[in-house]
Ligand binder design. Structure first.
Ligand code: ADP
Length: 237
């Protein structure tokens, strides 16, 4: 992805956020794109549970074998499997300065557990960015999504096409269509979001941790809006 915004300096980069940043929103809201940009801009690790599972599937691990059939149907992987994987990752040294989560937490149980893990590692208050989108847009965004095989750079054939069809602008590798980005599976993923993840909006709102972001805007505008929120959080640390 030719990303013009990610390299610009950010306030307080050197000290890091020291907090978990969560991107909360339905599939297709742009969580992956924005998480990549924020992670780069604030020098934080980008943790995507979806990517972690896809990596395990590719390496044919036990975890990957458990997750694969569920992901193919658009269902969530059970909490205990996700939590073991996430706790392990947060315990690594690079997460001490904070991290950006995309795709986690997705259930109330996962949110409770994340809170406990953050306390354990003495991280500050979680920042939850609620990516607000019109549901009618999501199907088009997801069916049009293409992902670079080598670097995970994200494109959309309708909204943000690569310069050369099927080829990543950044590293020239092949762009793939995720198998769960087919219409039938997308319907199930959106349903799982409404049922299991939407309740997190109230959960974080009641804890005064939730900040809404207009995720219908073009990607650069969304990035700028998020950066203003995070710069504000760093300035008031
Ligand atoms: P999206 O947000 O676009 O649906 P992800 O890449 O985040 O895509 O997730 C793909 C799939 O991986 C989900 O449909 C689900 O099966 C599984 N998954 C990812 N994160 C979680 C999670 N936190 N809890 C349970 N399942 C998850």
């Amino acid at each position: 992805m030719a990303d013009v915004t990610a390299d610009r300096g950010a306030v307080g980069v050197s000290q890091g956020l020291g907090r978990a940043v969560i991107l909360l929103g339905p599939p297709g809201a742009g969580k992956g794109t924005q998480a990549q940009r924020i992670a780069q801009r604030y020098h934080l690790p980008h943790l995507s549970t979806g990517d972690m599972f896809r990596d395990n599937i590719q390496r044919d691990t036990e975890l990957g074998r458990k997750a694969k059939p569920l992901m193919e149907r658009g269902e969530l992987v059970p909490d205990e499997i996700v939590l073991g994987m996430v706790a392990n990752r947060i315990g690594q040294a690079d997460c001490a300065k904070g991290f950006v989560f995309d795709g986690f937490p997705r259930t109330l149980q996962q949110a409770d557990d994340l809170e406990r893990i953050c306390r354990q590692y003495k991280l500050g208050c979680t920042i939850v960015l609620h990516m607000v989108v019109n549901p009618a847009l999501l199907m088009r965004r997801l069916t049009g999504r293409r992902i670079c095989k080598a670097g995970g750079h994200i494109y959309n054939v309708y909204e943000r096409p690569p310069r050369r069809e099927g080829i990543c602008d950044v590293d020239g590798s092949e762009l793939i269509h995720r198998p769960d980005d087919s219409e039938g599976v997308i319907g199930e993923r959106l349903h799982a979001y409404d049922r299991q993840t939407q309740p997190l909006v109230e959960y974080y709102k009641s804890r005064e941790l939730l900040t809404p972001v207009d995720a219908m805007a073009v990607a650069d505008t969304v990035t700028e809006a998020i950066a203003r929120i995070l710069d504000g959080a760093i300035a008031h640390k």
